[in-house]
Design a protein around this ligand. Structure first.
Ligand code: RB5
Length: 149
């Protein structure tokens, strides 16, 4: 599975740590930046290209990190076809994929520590959308909004 990863300055250190963790696990990683720690950078400049790459099929899933994870999720969900959520617990990390077909995990680099983040990322990447009719129906109602916007 090819994974995209992105962060602003608030998530830079966690991104670097997660990138090494995932590479060690054998994942192919496309890094959308930031490539240096710059306290003046803006999360949409990294998160939006990652979100667009998910929709384009260039990467299968993504991980976006800002300071809180809030800005990253707000920005990413503006891209049609992206289902992003800020995740702080293990249950939501896998259930978000199983039920809601989450394709972009957002984390807060100033909130979640390295080891906890690794567990959340592993749960997210190991999970699969169940495709159950009720979940497809619910996602269809969400997708209908995208068509009208
Ligand atoms: C940057 O200081 C910070 O606002 C950003 O990383 C993020 O937390 C936004 O939600």
């Amino acid at each position: 599975m090819k994974i995209g990863i992105a962060a602003d300055h608030g998530g830079y250190e966690l991104k670097e740590s997660l990138k090494a963790f995932l590479q060690e696990k054998g994942y192919s990683i496309k890094d959308f930046g930031a490539f240096t720690l710059d306290n003046q950078d803006d999360y949409p400049d990294f998160v939006i290209p990652l979100a667009q790459a998910i929709v384009a099929g260039e990467v299968e899933r993504g991980i976006a990190v800002c300071g809180s994870g809030v800005g990253a999720s707000v920005a990413a969900n503006k891209v049609q076809g992206v289902r992003a959520a800020l995740i702080n617990d293990h249950f939501s990390a896998h259930q978000g994929v199983e039920d809601d077909n989450l394709n972009l995990l957002c984390l807060g680099g100033r909130v979640t520590g390295n080891m906890a983040a690794q567990e959340l990322v592993a749960a997210f990447l190991d999970a699969k959308f169940t495709g159950a009719e009720r979940h497809v129906r619910r996602l269809g109602k969400v997708k209908a909004l995208e068509k009208n916007s």
